[in-house]
Design a protein around this ligand. Sequence first.
Ligand code: ADP
Length: 738
Amino acid sequence: MNQFSVDLTNCDKEPIHIPGKIQAHGFLIAVHKNDFHITYVSENINYFLSKQASGLLDQPLSALDHLLTQQEPEFNIEDLLKLGIIRKNFDAINPHPINIDKKPYYITISESENNWLIEFEPVTLQYDIQGIIGRSASAMLQGRSVSSLLKGAALEVKKLINYDRVMIYKFLNDGHGEVVAEEKNDELEPFFGLHYPASDIPKQARELYKLNLTRLIADVNEQDSDILTYLTDQPLDLTKSNLRAVSPIHIQYLKNMGVYSSFSISLISHGELWGLIACHNYSPKFIDYKAREGAKLIGQILSSALEYRQDEEDSEMVEQFKSTAAILSEYLSQDKYLIDALTDHQRNILSITNATGAAIIFEKRLKTIGQVPVDEDILELAEWLKTSNDESIYYTHRLSEIHSPAKKYKDIASGILACNISKDLGEMIIWFKPELITTINWAGNPDKEVVLSENGLLNLSPRKSFEAWSEVVSNTSEKWMAEEIASVLRIREIIITDVNKKANEIRLLNEKLQSAYEELDTFSYTISHDLRTPLTSIKTYAELMLKNKSLDDHAIKMLSRILIGADKMNFLIKEILNLARVGRSEINFETIDMPSLIQEIKSEVWAAFKADKSELILGHLPNIKGDRTMIAQVFTNLMSNGVKYSLMVEKPVIEISAYIEGGETVYAIKDNGIGIDNRYYDRVFELFKRMDNVKEIEGTGVGLAIVKRVVERHHGRVWFESKLNAGSTFYVAFKNLQ
Ligand code: ADP
């Protein structure tokens, strides 16, 4: 007897393979493998063989022969069993026909741990089914698409077993099932498209579906027959039995649906249970063994056809992804910019997955393709990914549940698949999939299956109501397939190899550039140095000549011009020497007392430009670490420019202050002078470049080039903000060294 009671804590553990009973339309005996003595027998055997079941226990199998030979003189059941054992396979003898009381029966033999199971069931089919199955199989295989294949299979199974309803039920990723094809009598309401919660078919039942490919429940109201045994505490394993009794929970479940008889055929793909062909009849109906075998064959043919079609579709997709990756790899080697190589062509990074949009963030640029959220949202998402995810790849099909800001663009991007190119730099590619608002039509409310039993315990009860109950599933995109993830990893590898290759090329170029710079510095240094001596001579001789009293005005004028020119040249040479020095000299890091440095520079600069009317406002001036001489040069140049380019305004004001942020000390040197036209933003720091609005003002165009070089050698940054005729602010940021 099955003592097992099911509640919420153990429902998945209900031992449905050892129910201790069989369905009563047939009978069963089991014999021990060692001595062929009868170990188990179903109580209903007396109904079929007029022999008390208990009297057979522990008897040799030949005891049964005696009963059977009354019907079939030639028959010896032990010989039949031995034949199967010798062949190591019972397929050839199953089913073996026999008459009992002039009625035809089939004997089927299977294995159960230490026993052989011998089952007897009635024969009801009076014609040969082979031909029908052959025709059914070829009709079914005419379907080219997966859905027509499924529909064809349902139709053929319905023809074969003539049940009221035949459904093909597919298990989805989370274990719940969907009716994907259906053939039914016209008067029945359709179940096509309905979903069933995973708990409707518990785990251990699925395992049995894998081991025993067909399952008949001939009549839910039929009283089961107990299995008797003298072996205590050793229930008979009925995994492979045809007659195994049904779990009371499942019987109740079928009754709730009004089903009297059910038959299912397992569909296996790649060793896993893909789904079931589930057949329902609204009156009791027994299916003959051969018809069941025929249906099983159709199931097997369908399984392999499904496997083949699915593989075919998958491999087409993988081929497409792979060929795109190869093409992109080619573009990467041809195109100068990585982003353009990945997005500018007809085959682009969008084609390596089934995404509908993609974004690349690389070298501080963002480029998108297809359907994507707005730039700010993508950048915010990228920042979140950077901080919250350490893996090289991240994906979800329910983004807004994990990252709430994504709610506002869930229609475009409920699914993301992101891969890092460089985690430190926050460089990455993100693919997007839109929200799929799906309506799941459950067969009854799946959440309402737990009820309180009379004794107050929580009992697992199959749903009583099977009226369709819709649930709208939002915030969810189509799932990312394993093939898409593999494809992204493939392209990531290609990109990283390319980035490294280009970085190496750039490093080599940099090294060359560095030595060219050094040569140029040496050259400018020598040239400037060598020019100074002849220039000093020119100046000295011109001054000597000027002392000559006999010179006329014209000569004096010319000599004065020579002197002015020589002074200008001298100044320029000094500036170039300064620039060359920045490149050549070692940096001696020290803490620089900024308030005193700035005061020193102020005196010099204000004297040089006679800038008494210019006001200097000083803010917070934190110390920085750097080479004092070089930093002095930076501030001299920036403060000189501030003063020089604001002298023409009525009340020139120069402001210097600093703030500390993100590991940097940032100095701002602000003036209210003539400003800079932003169109020339990039040119301001170039050597000898001067803007159009400063033609009347003395200058060489070297000062900011020196600033830039010093700052770069200190691994800092320099930039400015300016407005024409309103003033400029130059910023220099220095790293806060320990
Ligand atoms: P210059 O010797 O001409 O001042 P710089 O290299 O110091 O050379 O500056 C390059 C150019 O940038 C200047 O010629 C000028 O046009 C512009 N510039 C620099 N600083 C300022 C400023 N504070 N206000 C306006 N223009 C400026």
